[in-house]
Design a protein around this ligand. Structure first.
Ligand code: ADP
Length: 226
């Protein structure tokens, strides 16, 4: 099934900045798509549209055949950001369980689920630890676990490994690939400006050039500035 369908999608901010112009892009279930391009090319705008945090000025966007807001409400979409925002006074288990608790799921269930995903990211011995006891790489694993606990159909990752050292980044890249490969139905969209990371991780790279509105999928040749 189609997970993301963008047709003639444009986004012009109120100050007149054209962030995206006539973007056509479809993403199938199970893809791992990297969005790569320099700052200002519209990567975050695409994610914000998919998350329903901002509205397109033109065109249509469907997530799993729904509006982005409906998809978010059904918790089909989950996020991982570079800034992992773990609550410092909550244990790892309670951090990971929080989004499920908010949804009113029973304590027993949320804890089982939190334990499952913490094990998935290699932190099963740290369920009682507090965030300040962790390295940057471990905190990122917790953020990934928290997103996975929602069993999202669509996982949006915005430069998640940007702040990590090279070795930790490589380890986490491999772990993420393992997790994704185990779940053939989870679609991952991953923003990076690291071209090497994009080709290593993804099944498809969407190259975005700094010229507003140019999105070329798969293989894109650089285009000259106007
Ligand atoms: P990226 O994530 O690739 O750095 P963005 O999607 O953040 O790119 O930005 C795309 C363009 O839209 C840039 O020119 C940016 O300055 C502009 N932009 C982003 N958000 C806003 C906003 N809220 N208001 C006005 N312009 C914006």
């Amino acid at each position: 099934p189609l997970i993301v369908e963008m047709s003639n999608l444009s986004k012009v901010y109120p100050n007149g900045t054209v962030a995206l112009q006539n973007v056509n892009l479809t993403i199938q279930e199970g893809e791992f798509v990297c969005f790569v391009g320099p700052s200002g090319c519209g990567k975050s705008t695409i994610f914000n549209l998919i998350a329903g945090l901002t509205q397109p000025t033109q065109g249509e966007l469907k997530i799993l055949n729904m509006t982005p807001k409906q998809a978010l409400k059904q918790s089909d979409t989950a996020f991982v950001f570079q800034d992992h925002t773990l609550l410092p006074w909550r244990t790892l288990l309670d951090n990971v369980a929080l989004p499920l608790e908010i949804r009113g799921i029973s304590k027993k269930k949320t804890h089982e689920e939190a334990e499952r995903v913490l094990e998935l990211v290699g932190l099963k011995d740290y369920t009682k630890a507090l965030p300040r006891q962790l390295s940057g790489g471990m905190k990122m694993r917790v953020s990934i676990a928290r997103a996975l606990a929602q069993r999202p159909k669509l996982l949006l990752m915005d430069e998640p490994f940007g702040a990590l050292d090279e070795i930790t980044r490589q380890t986490l890249q491999e772990e993420l690939l393992n997790i994704w490969q185990k779940d053939s139905k989870m679609t991952v969209l991953f923003i990076t400006h690291n071209v090497f990371e994009s080709v290593f991780l993804s099944t498809r790279v969407v190259v975005m050039t700094p010229r507003p509105g140019k999105v070329s999928s798969t293989i894109a040749l650089p285009e000259p500035y106007p």
